[in-house]
Unconditional design. Structure first.
Length: 84
């Protein structure tokens, strides 16, 4: 079977991220880590009742995500810096 796709719609497969994209990812890394930690906590609580210790762990992970989002949003823009 042959797919009919315009050539402009096919993305190149060997494209690496640019330096600006890598810098943006690096700037967002604290938020990414906090999100992963929150996801880990949520997954660990899927199959068991939540204890007081689990509730504190969940609250702490949510606060870390909010703090990382706040810090990312409040960062001052440096001339020439790309903030995604």
């Amino acid at each position: 079977m042959k797919n009919i796709v315009p050539l402009a719609a096919v993305p190149p497969l060997d494209v690496e991220p640019s330096a600006a994209e890598l810098d943006a990812i690096e700037a967002e890394m604290p938020l990414i880590r906090a999100d992963v930690e929150l996801l880990d906590v949520c997954i660990s609580l899927l199959d068991r009742p939540i204890s007081e210790l689990d509730a504190r762990r969940l609250r702490r992970a949510r606060r870390r995500v909010l703090a990382a989002r706040r810090d990312l949003a409040n960062r001052t823009a440096i001339p020439g810096e790309v903030i995604a």
